[in-house]
Write a protein that binds this ligand. Structure first.
Ligand code: GLU
Length: 421
């Protein structure tokens, strides 16, 4: 049999099911319960005709998947990206269920997406598409039902349009229908940086566990979007040396460490990290193979696969993205003794502060930034400690341990609720 190691061909939903089965097996979960919580509860596919700026109509396909609502309303972001497929959204919604359960916030899991390339669209086109998408999924969203948030290539402005569209049809302002809103419109301080800050918190926990200092630790960050850039910034602040970063246009390297605040400005100005003065351009695979202590995959799914995992030299891999490692890559890193902080734990800071935002909205309160950040740190460190305890106790990977913790909580809620009718 010929195996092409270069092309990652892993279907993220298969990957999510595989992770679920691994943990369910360790738990000895009976098939009846597995069947109840494995598949999404609800899948909605919508067709979105949009008048483009040139006068023509284009039809986009959108999705909203609610994987599980046994512990609370469905919760999860909306992705605008050319690679969005139903299976990807199903996988991401499944991961949201486990993620909310790992950090023990009272939500289930959901996810949405529209297959489109917002980089090729005007603001007006993106706004019309967002509003039409919101209208199409309106019957199944709401502050007590399903609460969207930002994800890849969506932001606070898009959340404002979702909130406005929903509120217009209700006839009054409903802030709690989405999170990740602008601060001036019911958003929470600290939400924008929350995913990266949570990633940083879990890296600190892992470093303490491994008796490793963050000072002068060499860091590589794959993907310099919201999560990746904030993580890089916080690690830079902890005196780590961020030696390489990448984005969809390429990777850059400086053995002495990149100046992260200047790099953030460069990315804002030029749209990419590439061409940053004083850096050398390298390939994505060269970047992954660099000698470093901490690798942060913060881009898309399947970026680390059987073809490049063996070259990784990091001691800690912190999954800021959702599903960045294929199961093959996971096995290779486990074998090498790399400490992997799994996505459903590592990047749960975003949804945790989304929860804080929703609580503030429901109570008509506004918390100080310091309160948000210290509550976030507490949630992340508690979840990390609980996952680590299961890992050490059961002698499983951090990923399986995180899944065990999450599945246990979802199973408990499912059992307590019983079956209707
Ligand atoms: N899109 C983020 C995630 O994958 C945040 C979701 C949320 O805040 O609801 O976790």
């Amino acid at each position: 049999m010929e195996v092409n190691l270069e092309v990652p061909s892993c279907n993220p939903y298969q990957q999510a099911l595989q992770n679920f089965t691994a943990a369910a097996d360790v738990l000895g979960l009976e098939e009846d319960v597995r069947a109840q919580i494995r598949e999404p509860e609800r899948v909605l596919i919508v067709s979105l005709p949009i008048r483009m700026d040139n006068g023509h109509v284009r039809c986009f396909t959108g999705y909203r998947v609610q994987h599980n609502t046994s512990r609370g309303p469905a919760k999860g972001g909306i992705r605008f990206h050319p690679q969005v497929t139903l299976d990807e959204v199903k996988a991401l919604s499944t991961w949201m269920t486990w993620k909310c359960a790992v950090v023990n916030i009272p939500y289930g899991g959901g996810k949405g997406g529209v297959t489109c390339n917002p980089k090729d669209m005007s603001m007006g086109e993106i706004e019309r598409m967002t509003r039409r998408y919101t209208h199409a999924i309106l019957p199944i969203i709401g502050p007590g039902q399903d609460i969207p948030a930002p994800d890849v290539y969506t932001n606070s402005q898009i959340m404002a349009w979702i909130m406005d569209t929903y509120s217009m049809t209700r006839g009054y302002l409903v802030t709690g229908v989405v999170t990740g809103k602008p601060i001036g419109l019911g958003g929470s301080l600290g939400r924008n940086e929350a995913t990266g800050r949570g990633v940083f918190n879990t890296i600190e926990c892992a470093a303490t566990h491994l008796r490793m200092s963050l000072k002068e630790a060499k860091v590589v960050v794959q993907g310099f979007g919201n999560a990746g850039s904030v993580t890089a910034h916080l690690l830079d602040g902890a005196q780590s040396d961020v030696v390489a970063v990448s984005d969809s246009r390429g990777a850059i390297y400086n053995a002495d460490g990149l100046h992260i605040p200047k790099l953030m400005l460069h990315k804002e100005r030029t749209g990419s990290v590439v061409g940053f003065p004083g850096s050398e351009t390298i390939t994505q695979d060269e970047m992954l193979a660099l000698p470093c202590d901490i690798l942060v995959p913060a881009a898309l799914e399947n970026m680390v696969h059987a073809g490049n995992a063996a070259s990784i030299k990091a001691r800690i891999v912190a999954e800021a993205a959702n599903g960045p490692l294929t199961p093959d890559a996971d096995a290779i890193l486990e074998e090498k003794g790399v400490f992997v902080i799994p996505d459903i734990l590592c990047n749960a800071g975003g949804v945790t502060v989304s929860y804080f935002e929703w609580v503030q909205n429901e109570q008509h309160l506004m918390w100080e930034l310091q309160e948000v950040n210290s509550r976030l740190e507490k949630v992340m460190c508690k979840a990390f400690a609980e996952v680590l305890e299961i890992k050490l106790d059961r002698r499983v990977s951090m990923r399986t341990a995180a899944n065990i913790l999450a599945i246990r909580r979802v199973v408990e809620a499912t059992r307590l609720r019983g079956i209707y009718p």
